[in-house]
Ligand binder design. Sequence first.
Ligand code: PLP
Length: 238
Amino acid sequence: MTEAELRQKLVDRVTAVEERLAAACRRAGRNRADVTLLCVTKSVSPTVAAALYALGQADLGESRPQELWRKAAVLPPGVRWHLIGHLQRNKVEETLPLVHLIHSVDSQRLLEALEANASKRRLTVPVLLEVNASREAQKHGFAPEGVPDLLPGLEKLRHVEVHGFMTMAALEGDPELARSTFASLRRLRDWLAGRVEPPHRLEHLSMGMTHDFEVAVEEGATIVRIGTALFDGLEDVP
Ligand SMILES: *Cc1c(COP(=O)(O)O)cnc(C)c1O
């Protein structure tokens, strides 16, 4: 595939996703500007990710820390990198200075490790708490009923700012089935938002992927994480 062909393909994909996103926002009576399109580049090479960035998509997401480091080292510094997969505590040190937002904070111990590292470096780290709202055993994330127990710990954080929640709905089946998962995350957010103090602000709901993002937008998503709809078939482009 030539550079021009790749570029054209990505323009077409972004246009198609944008049309779906705009339609979902219209149905929900929301502004398109209130939803961030996060492009999940985990399945493609740095070249493809860079070509997308050159088209004006600055929010890029990776699920593996090492892959985020690898791409961050070669893409322009203007990229806003989002980590959307599990972060092991021994990878905090190298990840922190690179990320715009960590969506996948899934344990109290990780929160403490982030606080310690950010404090040492005098950084603030914006994070989302990952909630296993669909209650599937194989998934990371806090159980929804465990969220109230986090409150005392959140009050002690000085360098980690909680900006909301992230969840993944069940991967298969009718996207309508995801609606109750997304709605329950929104209710949980509304509940916690009334109980935290600044710097925590629970303005974000990161929810919705290729097969269910329209439903997520209808249920209040502020960030949708899209991979397949943008990059399907481009996994082999070097
Ligand atoms: C891969 C991934 C996505 C993107 O999923 P698609 O179905 O390819 O759009 C979104 N969120 C997370 C956490 C992922 O790992």
